[in-house]
Design a protein around this ligand. Structure first.
Ligand code: BDP
Length: 345
């Protein structure tokens, strides 16, 4: 090849390369298509919502919250993001429920005990010795009664999303072994901020002291209260078992956990997004139950290894009899609901 032809070929190659770079540069910013112009920009900020949780990150309800958040993110392709705030970072349950009611917090997972102050019919779901066992409770919660209860919070400005497992609640104290209701007499027992729980403890002859969950440890330690009541996982995770070593397996209640949304926050979303959120919460339930079962085993092992005095109640008839006034006090409508719950197989 002649020298002049080689130079010509090189010149053509150089020009082509230049053309590619130029075209490539332009290709990075294509003109928006008609459909893109009419839709919100792809880079639109995700919708970020906040969920308040009282328990720490490794607790089974919090793990359920994270699963719920993951499902929402995944199913919305990252468009909707739920930030979980564990360990009461956004406040104690009663105050958080109020904020959810006013739309300052978008979601919370709480015990239905404090929620009953906002939606009193919830007392029917947390009556003492109501459920035969865990399975009975879940058949109620996943069935028509549970769905009606989720819908019933709307007038209080909430959207009920799903239920989580919370085991059975038992009494514990720092003073003495409790084998019968008579042993509780005169003891100062912390209860949740719930009228029903105050009545329950009073009916057993103890002195009910409503108090926020986060204050119980130091109240036990300083002797402001003698005891409290909760399930194995909470007795363990809060370290209450270290300062109140007598644990009585009376299993007086099974109090379901619930996740609610603020109706104000939900109303800002499209119907499709609301449905996506509802379904994701519902789909997180079985995962949470599994987490619960695993954590409960660990809690029992650790508490036993600590040498706590665990008292079995082979015959709880005296405990059940003491609860009769609570049932008598229920409105006719709630008595009906209780009867329906009992019929569920
Ligand atoms: C725990 C519940 C939590 C309640 C707490 C309590 O998971 O939501 O706040 O009991 O006793 O079992 O306040």
């Amino acid at each position: 090849m002649k020298k002049s032809r080689i130079i010509l070929v090189m010149l053509v190659i150089a020009l082509c390369a230049l053309g590619t770079v130029w075209a490539g540069g332009k290709a990075e910013q294509p003109a928006p298509s008609a459909s893109q112009q009419s839709q919100p920009a792809q880079s639109a900020q995700p919708i970020v919502l906040r969920l308040a949780e009282t328990h720490p990150a490794d607790y089974p309800t919090t793990k359920g919250d994270y699963r719920f958040a993951d499902l929402v993110k995944e199913r919305s392709n990252g468009r909707i993001q739920i930030e979980v705030y564990p360990s009461s970072q956004l406040g104690e349950e009663k105050a958080v429920i109020e904020q959810v009611q006013f739309g300052a917090i978008d979601f919370t997972r709480v015990s239905i005990s404090p929620l009953a102050a906002f939606s009193p019919n919830f007392d029917a779901l947390q009556m003492p010795y109501l459920y035969r066992n865990e399975e009975h409770m879940w058949n109620v919660l996943k069935g028509p009664i549970g769905k009606e209860f989720l819908a019933s919070v709307e007038p209080a400005n909430f959207v009920g999303l799903c239920w989580y497992e919370s085991g059975a609640r038992n009494f514990y104290n720092s003073k003495r072994e409790v084998k019968s209701p008579a042993d509780l007499k005169g003891m100062k027992i912390r209860v949740q901020q719930s009228e029903l729980m105050v009545n329950l403890v009073t009916a057993l002859g103890a002195v009910a002291t409503p108090m926020a969950f986060g204050e119980v440890y130091s109240a036990l330690q300083t002797g402001v209260i003698d005891g409290a009541e909760n399930n194995w996982p909470s007795y363990y995770s809060t370290s209450h078992y270290e300062v109140a070593k007598y644990y009585t397996l009376d299993e007086h209640t099974r109090v379901p956990e619930i996740t609610i949304a603020s109706k104000i926050s939900m109303d800002k979303l499209s119907k499709a997004d609301q449905d996506l959120i509802k379904q994701a919460a519902w789909d997180s339930m079985d995962y949470q139950r599994q987490q619960w079962a695993d954590y409960e085993k660990v809690a029992i092992e650790k508490i036993k290894a600590n040498g706590n005095v665990i008292t079995q109640i082979p015959d709880n008839s005296a405990w059940q009899a003491a609860m009769k006034p609570l049932y008598d006090k229920l409105s006719p409508a709630l008595k009906d609901v209780v009867a329906k719950i009992r019929q569920v197989q």
